[in-house]
Write a protein that binds this ligand. Structure first.
Ligand code: XIL
Length: 784
């Protein structure tokens, strides 16, 4: 027996070379020593013998006879030999002469807490093994979870009686289990060394060389020419850079060589494990031209056990020559909850409940910890919608929603229900006319049927959730201010007019008499829409239709809508005697679903100020606004990030750490540039060209981004009237003022005609972060 024990092998390996897995042979059985090499019979009558009748290599093999069941066969105890790593198992098998062709399999019986699991490792084709030739079976094996108490590998057959030989059996450790990465250095290749910086031709016939003919930054890039296949390109070994179980941001700048027609490039990975190779796309096909540098970028969860990995750039088709530059692989720390932070829910508890939209995955693990720490209310992001709860008529599904409600109850949180009636995420059957099998047309019968389906749906949900859900978005997004009657032309409207709204609220009250019933919508602060909502609520109330509250989704962005419209809207609707909430709050850093590939620090700073101001508005609206629910918790999961569009609208980042948005709510002194102050400094020059110097100092942490002097107004306070002429191109840009830095603006004033005793007051407003961090230099009785 020539088996070595895994642990010893790994330790030797770690000492001798590097921390990542190299193929290590743990078991190798060739039976050349005439023994059974540790193999034992599995099953009563099974007989094992060392045989010289046939051999795959050498002159000996292991012969199995006497089988009476498919699961009988030769077996090897693996306890203590393997753990949660990944192994390649290989065996050559052949039937004893005269045995009809059959299937052979390698299986592992894994016993955990008294329960047997049968893990399939490798198998031949259905009748793939014969008595005339050797067949080699090979497969990868790994297991996760609790350590097994018994672990028995065996070679079995579909035939219950077949006799067979096994030879050249091996177990090779090919990959360590996922764990903390040995390093988090990542990679950067800027090629400014004028060398290939570890990059090579992937196949060998393409030519990969540093080039100063073009560069994304600096002087050099890496040029690949002479490609004869789409899969040829520059490659780099990332075995010791990307590790199983870690997340990376991959970024490659690319440009085609002059004269090449537009082409699609992508970033791929070649994963080698044992004798197996697999290919994976890390950054999808991206159109690249010879006219401009284009970034190929993605966040990539690297989840491959491997013995080696190569990253390379290839084309979707064609063989264009291309440059790459400024290649980076950046390790993204795994999410953790910062335990020393104040809870958002507690900070805002004098004013509002603080909620988050959740899904099946964000109620457990670190996300669950973040949720219970900072929030005291939840909304199911999708799992209480019609398509999730009643995908086919009368059959209700609540598994995901129930898990979320249970989480909320276990942590003393409130649950908002979202949503009973909407034109989206609604299954087709709801609007299907049973007589035609197609979408309903407006007839009295269809109206009756649709309203009945609506009642049934609401009854089904509300009786299920009962008092566990304290508030319901009964009707969502039914208003369209461009219509004269303010009602969106949805199928609900087409078939029922506005009756679906009445029916929904009445049915909701009937089956959840204590729930707070909401009308919920987006862009509620637009004047037209606001008035439509006002009219709708007033109308419902005047007709005795039960409605308790209005939900403002508040899907807003850096430029929209501004704080004042929010205050005005809530104040106006409050006159109707209803409650209000922000139900889906997020601040997109893009507009119209476009965003940055790297979100600039200045943008996140501005977002921090906006979070401060909008949440201060919520505080000011105390008594009129009862809850603020964010549409998610952290930027690792937001509806605004999809595909290549990456947004960052929430208070926590992709590692679940507090963003400036969080600090804007909790402690504004943390916001960059918050300590920016302005002073009136020297005055110099003649009466007709007096120069007043205004100095701006940033004493705080972080830069004051995009600082500017935005006004300069002199108002005469004494002396005979005169008219000083200020010549300044306002606003005066001051740029980014670094922490502990300062900047000045000189304003020239012509005081010709002003008497010696003339005095003026000065108002000079200034700001940073696009006006969100604002101050003013105010001086009274200023001598000219
Ligand atoms: C969004 C969810 O966040 C997405 O996961 C889903 O794919 C589409 O719906 N207004 C609403 C929410 O009322 O239900 C929407 O939620 C976002 C806009």
């Amino acid at each position: 027996m020539k088996s070595t024990h895994g642990l010893v092998a790994i330790l030797i390996l770690a000492g001798a070379c590097s921390l990542f897995a190299q193929p290590t042979t743990l078991v190798q059985n060739d039976w050349e020593d005439g023994t059974l090499q540790g193999w034992i019979p599995r099953g009563g009558g099974v007989v094992l013998a060392n045989s010289t009748e046939v051999a795959h290599g050498g002159t000996h093999s292991l012969k199995t006879t006497g089988r009476t069941a498919g699961f009988n066969g030769p077996s090897l105890n693996l306890v203590g030999l393997i753990n949660g790593a990944t192994y390649q198992v290989t065996a050559s098998v052949r039937l004893v002469t005269g045995t009809p062709a059959t299937q052979l399999k390698i299986t592992v019986q894994r016993t955990v807490n008294g329960t047997n699991n049968f893990d399939s490792v490798a198998q031949s084709a259905a009748t793939g093994v014969t008595d005339s030739a050797w067949t080699t079976l090979t497969g990868l094996y790994s297991y996760t979870g609790t350590d097994p108490s018994a672990l028995l590998l065996y070679v079995e057959s579909a035939s219950t009686t077949a006799s067979y030989y096994v030879d050249d059996f091996s177990i090779v450790l090919v990959g360590n289990p996922p764990g903390p990465p040995p390093n988090t250095n990542g990679l950067f290749s800027g090629f400014e060394s004028g060398t290939r910086e570890g990059w090579t031709p992937r196949i060998g016939t393409e030519v990969v060389n540093p080039s100063s003919a073009d560069a994304h930054s600096g002087t050099f890039s890496l040029l690949t020419t002479g490609r004869t296949a789409a899969f040829q390109g520059p490659a780099i070994d990332v075995t010791n850079i990307m590790f199983n179980g870690s997340r990376y941001v991959i970024s490659v700048w690319a440009k085609l060589a002059p004269g090449e027609a537009s082409s699609q490039l992508r970033v791929s990975l070649q994963r080698n494990i044992g004798s197996t190779t697999t290919f994976h796309t890390a950054v999808g096909n991206t159109t690249v031209t010879s006219g401009a540098w284009v970034r190929l970028s993605a966040t990539y969860d690297f989840a491959f056990v491997n013995t080696s990995v190569t990253m390379y750039v290839e084309s979707n088709s064609g063989t264009a020559s291309f440059y790459i530059d400024d290649v980076s692989i950046t390790f993204v720390p795994p999410p953790t909850v910062e335990t020393n932070l104040a809870s958002l829910g507690q900070v805002l508890s004098p004013y509002v409940f603080v909620g988050a939209a959740v899904n099946a995955t964000t109620i457990s693990g670190v996300h669950g910890d973040l949720l219970s720490k900072h929030f005291n209310s939840i909304t199911s992001e999708n799992d209480m919608k019609w398509d999730a709860t009643e995908a086919s008529e009368g059959t209700f599904t609540f598994a995901n929603a129930d898990a979320q409600v249970s989480f909320a109850k276990a942590h003393g949180m409130r649950v908002r229900g979202h949503t009973l009636v909407w034109h989206n995420q609604i299954p087709a059957w709801v609007f299907t006319d049973p007589n035609t099998g197609t979408t309903m047309t407006p007839t009295p019968q269809n109206k009756t049927l649709l309203l009945q389906r609506l009642r049934n749906h609401i009854q089904g949900l509300l009786t299920h959730f009962g008092s566990d859900v304290y508030a319901w978005d009964v009707v969502n997004e039914a208003i369209d201010p461009s219509q004269s009657d303010c009602l969106r032309r949805s199928t609900w409207y087409t078939i029922t007019g506005k009756d679906f709204i009445d029916t929904a609220f009445q049915t909701a009250r009937q089956f959840a008499p204590n729930a707070k019933l909401f009308y919920n919508d987006f862009s509620t602060t637009d004047t037209g829409k606001r008035q439509c909502i006002f009219n709708l609520v007033a109308d419902l109330k005047s007709r005795g239709i039960p409605i308790d509250a209005v939900g403002h989704q508040m899907h807003i962005n850096l430029n929209y809508p501004g704080v004042q419209p929010v205050l005005d809207t809530v104040n106006q609707l409050a006159t109707l005697g209803i409650d209000q909430q922000f139900t889906e709050f997020d601040i997109s850093v893009g507009t119209s679903f476009t965003a940055y590939s790297d979100i600039p620090a200045s943008v996140l700073a501005q977002q921090g100020y906006e979070y401060r101001d909008y949440l201060n508005a919520a505080r000011l609206l105390q008594g009129k606004l009862s809850s603020v629910t964010f549409w998610g918790m952290a930027d690792d999961h937001t509806w605004l990030t999809s595909g290549t569009v990456v947004d960052a609208p929430l208070p926590f980042d992709t590692s679940l750490h507090a963003k400036l948005a969080y600090w804007g709510i909790v402690d504004q002194s943390q916001l960059p540039g918050i300590a920016l102050t302005g002073t009136l400094g020297t005055k110099a020059g003649p009466q007709n060209a007096r120069v007043w110097t205004l100095t701006f100092s940033n004493a705080g942490t972080g830069a004051a981004y995009g600082a500017q002097l935005s006004g300069f107004t002199l108002t005469q306070t004494s002396g005979a009237a005169c008219t000083p002429v200020v010549s300044a191109a306002l606003p005066v840009a001051l740029g980014d003022i670094a922490a502990n830095g300062s900047a000045s603006a000189n304003i020239t004033i012509d005081f010709t005609g002003c008497p010696a005793l003339a005095r003026f007051s000065l108002s000079a407003p200034y700001s940073s972060s696009n006006g969100w961090n604002a101050g003013a230099i105010l001086r009274n009785n200023e001598f000219r």
